[in-house]
Design a binder for this molecule. Structure first.
Ligand SMILES: Cc1cc2nc3c(=O)[nH]c(=O)nc-3n(C[C@H](O)[C@H](O)[C@H](O)COP(=O)(O)O)c2cc1C
Length: 186
């Protein structure tokens, strides 16, 4: 069974997090989570909920706990997805500064050559954001901003978010029953 680490940081677009976790809930995967302090706050503001109510995650680790399993390569996660990923967390990963468990876990994924996907969210982007994106891309991460596949004609915000979750699922090699694809009706 694949082991996926999901990290939540304090960027907007928590709708995408909810959608992604709902998708993971239907897959044969083990999901662990970490939520930053700002992530907790933004979840509360945007979603009126706290991370312990989110689906799919079987265990949450404290963001300050550097002794938790994600702090070591031996924990054996197959992939880590930072969703949403703030510019602050992007900068920390780009510079290798590991001041919380999310930064450390991302650093570990890169050093172990494991998949690290950053769902970066900010607009517009300044030069530092763009430089940091290039730095993490060069270090092996995938930058995957949350853009829905409008060509699949989603009718609600939730459907639009799911078209993006499917793209993440493709990167993670998931089965995703019912996943719509461009050209699949032809
Ligand atoms: C409602 C709200 C929305 C925010 N949206 C964003 C965002 O989209 N992108 C971003 O980089 N920061 C955003 N921020 C600011 C971050 O939460 C802040 O920079 C924080 O320090 C990030 O910390 P973290 O990366 O440890 O979660 C937002 C803050 C609030 C309160």
């Amino acid at each position: 069974m694949k082991k996926i680490l999901v990290a939540v940081t304090g960027a907007s677009a928590m709708l995408y997090l909810q959608s992604f976790l709902e998708m993971l809930e239907k897959e044969e995967v083990l999901v662990h989570g970490i939520c930053s302090e700002a992530g907790t706050k933004v979840l509360e503001l945007e979603h009126d909920s706290d991370f312990s109510n989110l689906p799919a995650v079987s265990k949450w680790f404290d963001c300050r706990d550097f002794a938790a399993p994600p702090a070591s390569g031996s924990a054996g996660y197959d992939a880590m997805v930072v969703i949403p990923c703030s510019m602050g967390t992007l900068g920390a990963i780009a510079s290798g500064i590991t001041s919380n468990l999310i930064h450390r876990a991302a650093d570990v994924m890169l050093k172990e050559n494991k998949k690290l996907i950053l769902v970066t969210r900010e607009t517009p982007l300044n030069r530092t954001h763009i430089k940091n994106m290039l730095a993490v891309h060069d270090a092996g991460a995938v930058i995957c901003p949350p853009h829905p596949g409008f060509y699949l004609k989603p009718k609600t915000l939730e459907e639009a978010a799911m078209t993006f979750s499917w793209r993440l699922g493709d990167h993670l090699g998931l089965v995703m029953e019912g996943r719509k694809r461009w050209g699949s009706n032809e």
